[in-house]
Design a binder for this molecule. Structure first.
Ligand code: APR
Ligand code: PHB
Length: 398
């Protein structure tokens, strides 16, 4: 048995774990990250790409925002399409100049990994499926795993569970100590990445009688498009041609004419889910990011919620180790859950507004669509409603 010792063990080297590590390093807190997969595997994941102002600020505080500021695309507005008409919603004018930044999660992860390597911070990749968290109900928690035939154990004061929805940390909490809240949506998103110029210059969400579509991008030459699809759809049944035909039918006619199509660099289907685990702290173990919550992607809150969690957690741990105060760690869960539930509500609302739902009993076909169109019409003609959607879209305070 090889034994290591540190102040914090971070389980998971996704955005949550890597960003927490960068923030802990900034405050001189010793930590080790243990990641199940290889670094290449982590980098290979295609995820969202729209950052709130608060997330950009945290990345700046962590010292990893240089490339983001050079290459990220500033977006002062986003747009909605319904009844075939295009409606732009300006954020910055309504939210004191706060805006969104388009910068792929893969690039955020790459920047965090490069930063870590440059600093020589310890990241144990390919730890495999034997990672276990132990004694987190004491002040001497441990993380153990078997690698290359050797048992390794890491002793620490805290464990940060940044291991995502399918991770080991939340799964290790006794059933009676945790409450899970979840909702599965009756559809998924079929996403395509293509080296084609985006058809809109800002993120655009479409509500049509055929279903939802989203036009986003990773740069001015790389588009990220999605269409709502059935939960039983198989990606192999969607040729590029079939995707482009359906996508064109769900954007405004002018855009459909100018759309430049191309081969899909990546094509995948993801289910939509709302999920929250309460609380987010169990003795010496803290959950952050997807390990604690999942939002439907409408509104791009996933990565931004993760950044908020680790921003709060890093400050709480700094208070503990430098001021011997437990106030921050004792308040971590309640403080994060308030923002998490606000984002869950917004993501659920936006998803409910923009997607085609199956008819409900006692509801005639088309009634749901009429309700959505009425709400969208009200939204576009009410400054109060526009204040509300832009405040939530640009992100609530951490
Ligand atoms: N041991 C060690 N690492 C693990 C384990 C385990 N038992 N289980 C999972 N992991 C790793 C995964 O391989 C992954 O790299 O934890 C990491 C979790 O990363 P994410 O799932 O990306 O979650 P998070 O870092 O919280 O980032 C949230 O990612 O999924 C998107 O939409 C989500 O944008 C949001 C962001
Ligand atoms: C993306 O660019 O992948 C994206 C953008 C906005 C969303 C969701 C995903 O609401």
């Amino acid at each position: 048995m090889k034994t290591l010792s540190t102040q914090v063990v971070i389980v998971g080297a996704g955005p949550s774990g890597l960003l927490l590590g960068a923030l802990l390093h900034k405050t001189g807190i010793d930590h080790i990250i243990v990641e199940r997969q290889s670094a290449d595997y982590v980098l290979g994941r295609i995820r969202a790409g729209v950052l709130e102002q608060g997330t950009v600020d945290v990345l700046g505080r962590a010292g990893v925002a240089e490339r983001l500021h050079k290459e990220g695309l500033r977006h002062d507005a986003f747009a909605l399409i319904f009844k075939g008409e295009f409606h732009r919603i300006h954020i910055a004018q309504r939210q004191h100049g706060k805006h969104m930044t388009v910068y792929g999660q893969t690039e955020v992860t790459r920047d965090l990994m490069d930063h870590r390597a440059a600093l020589g911070l310890q990241t144990i990749y390919s730890a495999g499926d034997t990672v276990a968290v132990r004694d987190f109900d004491t002040q001497q928690p441990r993380v153990s795993f078997r690698q290359n035939g050797e048992e390794i154990e890491i002793k620490a004061r805290f464990i940060a569970g940044c291991d995502g929805y399918h991770g080991v940390c939340r799964a290790s909490v006794p059933a009676g100590s945790i409450q899970n809240f979840e909702k599965a949506y009756p559809f998924g998103w079929l996403g395509v990445l293509s080296d084609t110029p985006p058809v809109y210059h800002e993120v655009t969400y479409s509500n049509t009688e055929r279903g939802f579509a989203l036009s986003s991008m990773r740069s001015l030459t790389r588009s990220r498009y999605y269409i709502q699809c059935g939960i039983d759809e198989k990606v192999e049944n969607w040729s590029d041609a079939r995707f482009w035909t359906e996508f064109k039918a769900r954007i405004d006619p002018e855009a459909a004419k100018r759309l430049i199509t191309g081969p899909a660099l990546e094509k995948s289907i993801a289910p939509l889910r709302s999920f929250v685990a309460e609380p987010m702290r169990f003795g010496s173990m803290f959950l952050a990011g997807d390990a604690a919550h999942i939002v439907p992607p409408t509104g791009a809150k996933g990565l931004n919620l993760a950044a908020g969690d680790v921003n709060v957690l890093s400050q709480a741990m700094a208070e503990y180790f430098t001021e011997q105060s437990s106030g921050g760690i004792d308040n971590y869960s309640a403080r994060c859950l308030r923002r998490v539930w606000n984002a869950e509500r917004f993501s659920w609302w936006f998803t409910s507004l923009m997607h085609k739902f199956p008819d409900s009993p006692g509801q005639s076909t088309g009634f749901q669509q009429k309700m959505q169109e009425a709400e969208l019409d009200y939204l576009m003609h009410s400054e109060a409603a526009l204040q509300s959607i832009t405040e939530n879209y640009v992100g609530l305070p951490h």
